[in-house]
Design a binder for this molecule. Sequence first.
Ligand SMILES: Cc1cc2nc3c(=O)[nH]c(=O)nc-3n(C[C@H](O)[C@H](O)[C@H](O)COP(=O)(O)O)c2cc1C
Length: 187
Amino acid sequence: MKIVSILGSPKKKGNTGTVLSLFEDKVKKKHEVERIHITQYKVGGCLGCYKCGEKKDEPGCVQKDDALTIFEKMMQADAIVYASPLYCWSFTAQMKPLIDRHVCLVSGYGTPDHDSLISGKLTALLVTCAGPIEENCDAIQSIYTGLSAYTKTVPKGNFILPFCTAPEDMGDEAGALAANLAGAITG
Ligand SMILES: Cc1cc2nc3c(=O)[nH]c(=O)nc-3n(C[C@H](O)[C@H](O)[C@H](O)COP(=O)(O)O)c2cc1C
């Protein structure tokens, strides 16, 4: 199985990167994992031109930036993990342009012909945050649910580590969450 993990934190070795590494270490022995650290890629915000709608078989975006490289990797993968710290109840600003640009993967939304270039792929949401899950992580989970339906992907679960302080202070919960995520994606 080919897995693409997308890290949306500005920090490579922060809380989210640390839990994501625990997940990757668990699946690496049997599966291929490629990590995309979003800050290493140049992804512009969607221009809202809808030119992509004219092409069904490729992401026909007019912006020829790194979003297309990332989408190519996602299209070749079997599973995609969206990993982000919670920033103001949502994805980070670094991750948001990529989420918006998913528009160019989808065709026929709202019609019987609704389809996507990543349709059928397994996905999961991984979030770390400083506060609780309740009344804090609603928006990000709702965005992920909407994105899954929009892209016709198969959501395998929301994996959230609350009350994070620093990577070195993470307890057993981090490893358990990573193991659950690995089981959901590869099991
Ligand atoms: C700009 C900013 C906004 C944040 N907003 C929230 C928030 O809304 N809720 C929350 O629980 N934590 C919030 N946090 C804390 C981070 O989600 C938390 O520290 C996370 O684990 C950081 O992950 P990282 O080390 O991978 O970047 C925020 C942190 C920053 C810097």
